[in-house]
Design a protein around this ligand. Structure first.
Ligand SMILES: [Zn+2]
Length: 505
């Protein structure tokens, strides 16, 4: 996600109608078999089955409709970790072998539709359709694929079931080659034992090919400067896929600027100016499938600031803004490791994205419902108080004063303009307000000094997940909020490490 703020109310999801139609009950749970008992070769071929599906609905109803099923050349994800150990993502896909009714594969994911259903149009009943694709290893025998969606309490409820016979001639086994220029940047080992990261070109014209290759190098080099990627460089394979666009850049609807590009990336996703996504979920996967990949990064040939990232789907960023590299690091945190945004705005106490009283799924924010057992309990700094006071309220009060002063100054300047006051008079007004702000800034600085000793400590700092109250983050600074050194907090670092291990072991 990217800088989202919400001002609407959620409705309770009504799954019951759909469940009745599907003949499902809402209590289907994971069978108890341990993941270690599933041997890849017993159940799967070394190929991927890609399910391209539409997600249709509004805030109250949702439906999944499979469009096509494709075969891909290899299974690049782990052959050991088959039932996802993470509880991330608002959707889950579970694969049961029909003959034994055994769970043989599972993964959690998020999707654009999942965000759409929290927006005002969706709450007003407007239905929209989104493309999404999810891969599973190619099963040897018939399977039942169950899609599950979380309710407001984050409990998984069945949403759709699809029976798939791997011998069915409707399954498409065409070549994955799409005629694009593909290249390997780093190859450290076999795909199923490495994190395979693919960069896709968006908004690069045919003559920009060398620039794209250089950008991929620049972004992957930057990633490996940052922990925990730095110490795990040998666990990554890096690829690039170049497909030329007719025009440079991407759509900017608010600026009425539209470009013809291969993935139709666009700013103003969900009417948020700086949020960029692509709705071409199928084309995205077709493009990526030309190389082995676990994670997708879309590089957009533009100077504008912004991007987006969806867990277990893709992240997207422009390349030529001065903040592009840090945007990439942040958005990749969402898409690869399921991290939450740790930032918030001081005037939004609560938000509907994280319902009050429900523990968020992400590893790096908590509602602190059980302060004795925080999800990063073992990483807490010795002797730290929970929640951790870091002068937030005093600072925010002072910041509000400064904002009020600023607004007052704006008003005075507007008045001055109307009266056609001279430059010297205008400067005087500005200077007056600067004087007014000086003692406030000094106070803020003093608070910062007072709590400086907490800067490298792990605790529970209030303000996270877009909400000023009720949600807590592990450290004062992190890439997922803002970090002067562009470093992840210890909790995020561990979550990324776990994801690297998941794909590479
Ligand atoms: Zn963090």
């Amino acid at each position: 996600m990217f800088f989202r703020q919400k001002n609407h109310h959620w409705l309770t999801f009504i799954f019951s109608i759909l469940l009745t139609v599907l003949g499902l009950t809402a209590t289907m749970n994971l069978p108890a078999q341990a993941q270690s008992t599933i041997k890849f070769d017993d159940f799967f071929l070394d190929k991927a089955m890609r399910l391209d599906f539409y997600m249709v609905g509004n805030a109250e109803e949702e439906e999944i409709i499979i469009q096509n099923i494709y075969q891909e050349d290899c299974w690049p994800e782990s052959k050991v970790n088959l039932t996802n150990p993470f509880n991330y993502g608002h959707y889950f896909l579970k694969v049961y072998e029909v003959a034994s009714n055994r769970l043989i594969y599972a993964k959690g994911f998020d999707c654009q539709y999942g965000e759409y259903k929290t927006t005002t149009p969706a709450l007003n009943g407007v239905k929209k359709v989104f493309q999404r694709a999810v891969r599973i290893p190619w099963p040897k025998r018939p399977v039942k694929v169950v899609f599950e969606a979380r309710d407001r309490q984050n409990l998984l409820r069945p949403l759709a079931v699809e029976s798939i016979d791997p011998g069915d001639y409707h399954l498409l086994k065409e070549t994955v080659k799409g005629g694009d220029y593909t290249f390997e940047v780093v190859k450290t080992g076999p795909p199923s034992e490495r994190v395979d990261l693919v960069f896709l070109a968006e908004g690069y014209t045919a003559e920009d090919r060398d620039k794209f290759v250089a950008d991929v190098k620049k972004f992957s080099d930057f990633l490996f400067e940052k922990e925990p990627y730095k110490s795990n460089q040998n666990k990554f394979n890096i690829y690039g896929v170049f497909r030329p666009s007719l025009e440079r850049g991407m759509d900017e609807p608010r600026q009425k600027a539209y470009k013809n590009t291969v993935l139709k990336a666009s700013f103003n996703a969900f009417d948020l100016d700086r949020y960029m996504l692509t709705e071409e979920g199928f084309a995205l996967r077709e493009m990526a499938a030309q190389v082995p990949y676990d994670a997708i990064v879309v590089l957009v040939n533009s100077k504008r600031y912004g991007g987006g990232g969806i867990y277990n789907d893709y992240c997207i960023t422009t390349v030529d803004n001065q903040a592009s590299l840090s945007t990439f690091l942040h958005e990749f945190g969402h898409s690869f490791a399921g991290l939450a945004d740790e930032y918030y705005t001081s005037d939004v106490a609560y938000n509907e994205f994280y319902p009050v009283g429900v523990e968020p799924l992400e590893p790096n924010i908590t509602a602190l419902l059980d302060p004795e057992h925080i999800k990063w309990q073992d990483l807490l700094s010795p002797g730290i108080t929970i929640p951790t006071d870091y002068g937030k309220e005093e600072t925010e009060k002072l910041q509000a004063e400064m904002r009020a002063n600023f607004q007052e100054m704006q008003k005075a300047l507007e008045e001055a303009k109307k009266k056609n006051l001279k430059e010297a008079e205008i400067k005087k007004i500005q200077a007056q307000f600067q004087e007014k702000n000086k003692p406030i800034m000094a106070k803020i600085q003093a608070i910062r000094e007072k709590y400086k000793h907490l800067e490298d400590k792990v605790g529970a700092f209030e303000g996270a997940g877009y909400a000023s109250k009720g949600l807590y983050r592990p450290q004062m600074y992190c890439v997922m909020i803002s970090s002067p050194k562009m470093e992840f907090c210890q909790v995020c670092q561990r979550a990324i490490q776990q994801m690297i291990d998941y794909y590479s072991k």
